[in-house]
Design a protein around this ligand. Structure first.
Ligand code: B4P
Length: 190
C-alpha cells in the first residue's frame, strides 16, 4: 500500500510526474487541479464556484476543496494506494488530510517535493500557455500563484519535513531524468 503526495510550485512538473509515477507504482493519481478543471469544463456548481478563484490564481476555499478530496478518497480505486497531486496546499488542508486518513488508521508514506527556481517556472508556464491557453497561465497570474506557493504551501512541506517523510528532488532537466530521481527518492524511503 502506497500513499504518496507530490508537491512543488506551479510548473515544477507535478502533474507531468504524477502521471508517470502513479502508472509505475500502479496507484491512482488524484490531482485537485484536474478535478477542478473537469468541473469547470462540465459547468457543474463546483466548477462555477472554483472558476473564479482558479482564473485569478487564488486557492479555492479550503472548505470546498477539503470536501471534494474527502469524497474522492472514499472511492474504491484508492484501495491500492494513491498519489495526491496539488493537495494539501495549505496548513488547514494538512490537518484535514490527517483527519481523513486517520479515520481509517492511515497516514502518508512519503512526500515527493520538486524544486525548480521561479524564473524557470515562469518560462515553462508561459510556454504551456501558448499550447493549452489556460486562463491562469498569464504572467501576472503565474507570479501571483508562485507568491501564494511561497506564502502558504512552503509551510505544508515544513510540516511533513518534521515527520521525516519528505524526499526533495531537483525538478530541472529532462522529464525522464526527473522521473528517475523521484523513483530513487522513493526507494530511499523504503
Ligand atoms: P494545479 O493543476 O495543481 O496547477 P499547477 O500548480 O500549475 O500544476 P500543474 O500540475 O498543472 O503543472 P506542472 O507543474 O505539472 O492547480 C491549478 C489551480 O487549481 C490552483 O491555482 C488553484 O486555484 C486550484 N487548486 C488546485 N489544488 C488546490 C488546493 N489543494 N487548494 C486550493 N486550490 C487548489 O507542469 C507545468 C508545465 O511544465 C507543463 O507544461 C509541463 O510540460 C512543463 N514541464 C514539466 N516538467 C518539465 C521539465 N522537466 N522540463 C521542462 N518543462 C517541464
Amino acid at each position: 500500500m502506497t500513499r504518496l503526495l507530490i508537491v512543488g510550485p506551479p510548473g515544477s512538473g507535478k502533474g507531468t510526474q504524477a502521471e508517470r509515477i502513479s502508472a509505475k507504482l500502479g496507484v491512482v493519481a488524484i490531482s485537485t487541479g484536474d478535478i477542478f478543471r473537469a468541473n469547470v469544463k462540465g459547468g457543474t456548481p463546483l466548477g462555477l464556484e472554483a472558476k473564479k478563484y482558479i482564473d485569478a490564481g487564488n486557492f479555492v476555499p479550503d472548505s470546498v476543496t477539503n470536501n471534494m478530496v474527502r469524497d474522492r478518497l472514499a472511492q474504491d480505486d484508492v484501495e491500492n494506494g494513491f498519489l495526491l497531486d496539488g493537495y494539501p496546499r495549505t496548513s488547514t488542508q494538512v490537518d484535514e488530510l490527517d483527519a481523513i486518513l486517520g479515520d481509517n488508521q492511515q497516514q502518508l508514506d512519503a512526500v515527493l517535493m520538486l524544486t525548480v527556481d521561479d524564473e524557470e517556472l515562469v518560462t515553462r508556464l508561459l510556454k504551456r500557455a501558448e499550447i493549452e491557453g489556460r486562463a491562469d497561465d498569464t504572467e501576472d497570474v503565474i507570479r501571483h500563484r508562485l507568491a501564494l506557493y511561497h506564502e502558504q504551501t512552503a509551510v505544508v512541506v515544513d510540516r511533513y519535513r518534521e515527520r521525516g517523510i519528505v524526499r526533495e528532488v531537483n525538478g530541472l532537466g529532462d522529464v525522464d531524468d526527473v522521473t528517475a530521481r523521484l523513483l530513487d527518492g522513493l526507494a530511499e524511503n523504503a
